[in-house]
Write a protein that binds this ligand. Structure first.
Ligand SMILES: [Zn+2]
Length: 105
């Protein structure tokens, strides 16, 4: 896979995800389709799915989550600061630690 192909793939993913975000209120099913198409491109081109969007995917049912629509978000401070996202599609929870400077996994 050439660098150029990967660059194009990345651009396509971003375009699809932006579209998905824009239309989800009126056409949630279409938004899921766009997200699936973006996910396929990422697998095919071996481009990592952008982190920004990855956080919006349910770990359990792999659906694209729209906060306030099919997901709720809560901030948690106990033990370590983290965000808990509840998927209303499958009821699963996904947790992300808060951004801490310099900490990456
Ligand atoms: Zn889910």
């Amino acid at each position: 896979m050439s660098l150029r192909t990967r660059k194009i793939a990345k651009e396509r993913i971003n375009i699809l995800m932006k579209l998905a975000e824009e239309i989800h209120k009126t056409k949630p099913h279409l938004a899921q389709k766009y997200y699936k198409a973006a996910w396929k491109i990422s697998l095919k081109a071996r481009v990592p799915f952008p982190k920004k969007w990855k956080k919006r995917i349910c770990k359990h049912c792999k659906k694209f989550l729209f906060l306030g629509f099919n997901a709720t978000v809560r901030l948690n401070q106990n033990r370590f600061p983290h965000v808990t996202i509840k998927c209303l599609e499958c009821g699963g929870y996904t947790r992300y630690p808060y951004k801490k400077k310099g900490s990456k996994k």
